[in-house]
Design a protein around this ligand. Sequence first.
Ligand code: ADP
Length: 304
Amino acid sequence: MEPIIELRGLRKHYGSFVAVDGLDLTVQPGDVYGFLGPNGAGKSTTIRMMLSLIRPTAGSISLFGKPLTTHRSEILQRVGAIVERPDFYNYLSARKNLELLGRLSHADVSEKNIMRVLDIVGLEARAGSKVKTFSHGMKQRLGIAQALLHDPDLIVLDEPTTGLDPHGMVDVRNIIVSLARDHQKTILLSSHILPEVELTATRMVIINRGKAIVEGSVQDLLNSGRLKVTVETPEVQRAEQLLRESDFAPYVQSTGEGAIILSLLRGDVHLVTKFLIDHSVHVEGVIPVRSLEEYFINITQEAA
Ligand code: ADP
């Protein structure tokens, strides 16, 4: 299968400052590709080069198997993007906004198509409402609807949940997952928020200071190394005693009110759970502790 995105040796210099430092990246059809890095890592700069908004200093960008330099408009017709906070006419309805903005980009602005994209982002019931009545999260969803009007194959979302409340974040993440799963879109999702990538992406790259630090399937990256697990139980003392007398003793890290923290190999999580349950301990929850976060912090520190 031909990659949807292929970046090779991509660089962007601002004077002597190197914002993107020889980036290689391959995104395959159907990927929800997490483009993860701390603020200032070079994510937006990379995305702007991919959308032909700024010019690379060096390196190459191919989308859908074609070089961006020679097939710009053909490529961009197949890409939907939100890179800025979307801007709408507040006193017009969602539907009217999509019609006007869609017309500017020569998209299909038929009622059917507008309702199709509003349905994807869960705003069909609010099609006739003025945008000024929308929450920030709803405006962000309307922005995604706008990016979908021309039915792109690739959707590029630059920090799409920034500034949203938790509800708004969940809505946007669900839309991202559904675009890939139900609508067969390929998605590039830039984020500085780990759980966002952990919850939505299939593959990811972590970038720092314009360089790729690690790349792979999110599952593999999550599975590497030990996992911290919080076991929640009202019987902490008894559970701790049982664990300390068992083969799991070396892995008990600490106990607190209502919870024990263990550092386990991933495959052992269910063994510990079973062990406790077999000893009639009331286990209320077994929760992995932000594994990727530690990974992310370690890795960006190593690079610093
Ligand atoms: P991210 O999206 O990962 O937060 P950016 O791509 O926005 O990072 O920025 C990467 C680095 O490039 C930052 O240090 C930023 O200050 C710098 N930068 C971005 N745009 C410009 C510009 N037009 N001129 C100079 N420096 C810039």
